[in-house]
Design a protein around this ligand. Structure first.
Ligand code: PSV
Ligand code: MN
Length: 399
């Protein structure tokens, strides 16, 4: 590797941060059931403690995304949560409202025909926005499960207007530092139409709602053949890219480990971001978040593995020779242009990552070091006993 490539990788590693999701540390399941893990987090303290482990061993996961209904118990103020996060070496990341769990939302939340339901959803979003202010997070990341299951069931245009109108109310309550992210997903739980089904819909709604609204790209929320990096490039170019939820998938929204199925796609996404930064001279501060709920994989290890894999792919994207790439692109030299990407993708940047870890007094192999700490074995014993004491069977919601 040349000196300039080494320098690029070091800079990339110094800038790269990724957020872990609180819900990825708790017992989660499919709609068919849950397989419980003794070591899974039971409450917000456990979740933050576990996320703190990921940060302690990797050094680049300093924040945790929280889900409002699952992570803010009545006996804790937002200030308590901030303190708890700090105790574990973390800060609070994106605040995720929950507009999908209550029975009230059977036919939608912000798009429901019933005004009382829409008002309840707006109230919840306003509370979530307040939480994002109080915790210093500044980000409210909205995913809507709204949609319908049968053709003709819903007036799609009416629902779009309701969506814009309700989100505007929330947007008005945001401070200048706050940001509203709109996540899209083509289907599930609704199987005929989803109100924010793709990036174009999120884009249109965000534009109509106001300047603090942006699009959130969850990598699992696309049709199989979709060119996700092109979406990213367009969102970057229009200044509308608000953040990411990283995960991989084989079939649909499978929540598989990021980069485990198609690492080249993850690399190409990072390439578009790094390339854009190089071309425009704009340092990108994009909220990178992991959104994975592993059913049968050990959760903390899964999160460490995911973070490391994202870091590697990001560092590889930094190796792309942009000057060369631009020259080849201008002359339509397909093979040479493609080789710029392939060379970077197949380059072994692990020795540089090892150096970076050494420089930051981090373990050379975070996964192995975490295992050696026996943290999971210790907490599994304690949490198993606590679960029995609390009479928890594991069925029910994520939290
Ligand atoms: C929905 O599938 C989603 O991607 C949203 O981001 C939710 O907040 C998250 O998963 C957890 O359910
Ligand atoms: Mn998501």
């Amino acid at each position: 590797m040349t000196d300039s490539e080494t320098q690029k990788v070091h800079t990339a590693l110094d800038n790269f941060r990724i957020e872990t999701p609180s819900w990825g540390f708790a017992d989660t399941g499919t709609r068919f059931g849950k397989f419980l893990q003794d070591g899974a987090a039971i409450d917000i303290n456990d979740k933050l403690a576990d996320a703190g482990q990921v940060q302690a061993f990797t050094g680049f996961c300093p924040s945790v995304a929280l889900h409002v209904l699952w992570d803010f118990p009545e006996d804790k103020t937002p200030g308590d949560i901030v303190k708890l996060a700090r105790k574990h070496g973390l800060r609070v990341g994106a605040i995720n409202p929950n507009l999908f769990q209550d029975q009230l939302y059977k036919y939608g939340s912000l798009c429901d025909r019933d005004q009382a339901v829409r008002e309840a959803a707006v109230k919840h979003l306003l509370e979530s926005a307040a939480l994002s202010k109080q915790t210093g997070s500044q980000i409210i990341a909205i995913w809507l499960a709204d949609g319908s299951n049968y053709p003709g069931q819903a007036n799609i245009r009416w629902r779009k207007h309701a969506l814009v109108e309700t989100l505007r109310t929330v947007h008005e309550a945001l401070s200048a530092e706050q940001m509203m992210l709109l996540e899209y997903k083509p289907f599930e739980p609704a199987f005929y139409h989803t109100d924010l089904a793709d990036w174009g819909m999120s884009y249109v709604v965000a534009k109509e709602v106001g300047p603090k609204a942006r699009v959130l790209v969850d990598t699992g929320h696309h049709y199989l053949s979709q060119n996700v990096e092109q979406i990213v490039a367009w969102l970057l170019d229009t200044g509308m890219l608000g953040g990411f939820h990283f995960n991989d998938r084989r079939y649909a929204d499978d929540d598989l480990t990021f980069g485990s199925i198609d690492p080249y796609q993850a690399f190409r996404i990072f390439h578009e971001i790094v390339f854009f930064g190089w071309e425009t001279g704009q340092e990108q501060q994009i909220p990178y978040m992991i959104d994975q709920s592993h059913i049968d994989k050990p959760k903390i290890e899964a999160m460490i593995q995911t973070a490391i894999s994202a870091q590697e792919l990001y560092a590889k994207a930094a190796v792309v020779d942009h000057e060369k790439l631009v020259r080849h692109q201008e002359r339509n030299e397909q093979i040479d242009a493609e080789e710029c990407l392939r060379k970077a993708f197949f380059s072994d940047i692990r020795p540089l990552i090892l150096e970076w870890r050494k420089r930051h007094r981090l373990p050379p192999d975070p996964l192995a070091a975490f295992r050696e700490s026996n943290y999971e074995i210790r907490v599994a014993k304690e949490r198993k006993a606590r679960r029995a004491e609390l009479g928890l069977t594991g069925s029910g919601s994520y939290a």
